[in-house]
Design a protein around this ligand. Sequence first.
Ligand SMILES: O=C(O)CCC(=O)C(=O)O
Length: 270
Amino acid sequence: MMTDTDVAAPYRRNGFVAPIRVLDAESARSHRAHLESAEAQIGAVHYQDKMHLILTSTWELATHPGVLDAVEACIGPNILLYNSMYVIKEPHSPAKVNWHQDLTYWGLSDDDAQVTAWLALSPATAESGCMQMVPGSHLGGRVDHVTPDRRADDDVLDLGQYIEQVDLAAGVHVPLEVGEMSLHHGWTVHSSLPNRSDDRRIGFNAQYLAPHCRQVMHDGDTAVLVRGVDEFGHFGTEMPATTDLDPAAIERQQAAHRLIKANYAAVRDR
Ligand SMILES: O=C(O)CCC(=O)C(=O)O
């Protein structure tokens, strides 16, 4: 059982904390099977936003007490779920994530009111392209990113954005066993390399906010309360999945996904 100090102290010092055991291998396998059954029905879901609107398994993962306890240690007892997605790198594929910071394009008013959870549904190793993080990089705040005119095909990030000046020797691998999770701060510089393993590399990736923070770049942002109370109401609410792949829910998820992607493009063009 992890204590607050196990999570909060390294998170504040390094800008990330790992590994945190959330699921046993059997439960993680069942979540992976659920996801892959959905892929068989609707096609690829890699990097689709707000998957908790259409899959009960995603909602279950995003609200798992083991996830929320650790999130609470980082951002406090009142928690909104802001986004949930799967970041999937197929075996021996070139897909990679450039060095970046998450908060750069998100338009949130408080740097410390957000945390990202990344939970391994398959082994995340140096070979399979686990995340790499630069310890302490969150303490310096925002770093300039380059956004190329055209995103390269093997870039996972929406804009292909990257930080030029990264001391590569400073980055550490963050390997996770199946069912383990990392948490990272929005200013922590991180990346991941291609998957050179024989298995898919599947990460469940969820973002959480403390309700006092605001979206300052655009209107219509949504989130859903998953613990505590929201005394601010800065975000419109959402309807999490109660059944899988309901057509009306898929329409709502697709609309939310399009809004997020459009906002990224708008930030790039400012
Ligand atoms: O899944 C990955 O390799 C990277 C994900 C990422 O950049 C993030 O969680 O912010």
